[in-house]
Design a protein around this ligand. Structure first.
Ligand code: URA
Length: 230
């Protein structure tokens, strides 16, 4: 919400007072003086007028989890364990997943309470590469890389996928980099060649790489530097 609207919504200030407070540089958002009425106040921002706190703000939290197979990328599931069951933190209901993985897919999963951060990470316009290690049932032919580079037509969504890069690692294994996150995208891409994905592991989302030290099921907080990369 814009800061002028945030302030005018408080019963104590009218519009004229809000304009004055901003001009007189008496408002701070997260410690920074703001004069621009369009400046953004987020749910997690701290807002002060002079030395008085108007909104305390909340700590933003960002975690990297090594998702194991056999767990659901959801905050709740009636039958199966969820990735949130692996996180031992207070106020877990504030957390959400930035970029889901299928039940048996393993690898990098990012979990946060920071909505604008996760939007930047997952929105298609950002075009962040998501890199997967893939093992398949049949051999992967040279035609795959060509087709993936051109884009594949997905009839259900009526769209052509963005160009993807395929690096062959062995007859039945490859590294695939895609910039979108369509439903079952990797499996459907290999499915185009009637080739079943037997193992799928996300190694990287943009600049964030799964930490080698994390075993399946383990997680850690992201560093400020890692958070700032997105
Ligand atoms: N593509 C898939 O098919 N499954 C995943 O879990 C992730 C990407």
């Amino acid at each position: 919400m814009r800061v002028d609207r945030f302030l005018s919504n408080l019963p104590r200030f009218n519009r004229k007072q809000v304009r004055l407070l901003l001009v007189e540089k008496r408002i701070r958002i997260d410690g920074e003086i703001v004069c621009d009425p369009h400046a953004e106040v987020r749910e997690f921002s701290r807002v002060d007028v002079d030395d008085e706190v108007l909104q305390l703000g909340k700590a933003l939290r960002h975690f990297m989890l090594h998702k194991p197979a056999g767990c659901v990328s959801a905050t709740r599931d009636p039958q199966h364990p969820t990735v949130l069951d692996l996180i031992h933190e207070p106020d877990k209901d504030e957390l959400h997943i930035a970029g889901r993985l299928d039940f048996n897919t393993t690898g990098l999963m990012l979990i946060t309470n920071d909505g604008s951060w996760s939007r930047r990470l997952t929105q298609p316009q950002t075009k962040l590469p998501k890199v997967y290690y893939v093992e398949t049932e049949q051999d992967i032919g040279p035609e795959y890389a060509i087709k993936f580079g051109e884009g594949l037509y997905f009839a259900f969504e009526d769209l052509t996928t963005q160009p993807a890069e395929l690096e062959l690692l062995g007859p039945k294994s490859a590294r695939l980099s895609i910039v979108e996150g369509r439903y079952h995208q990797v499996k459907r891409m290999f499915g185009h060649f009637d080739n079943k994905v037997m193992r799928l592991h996300r190694e990287r989302m943009g600049p964030l790489v799964l930490d080698d030290a994390l075993k399946p099921g383990e997680y850690r907080s992201l560093s400020d530097e890692e958070i700032g990369l997105i």
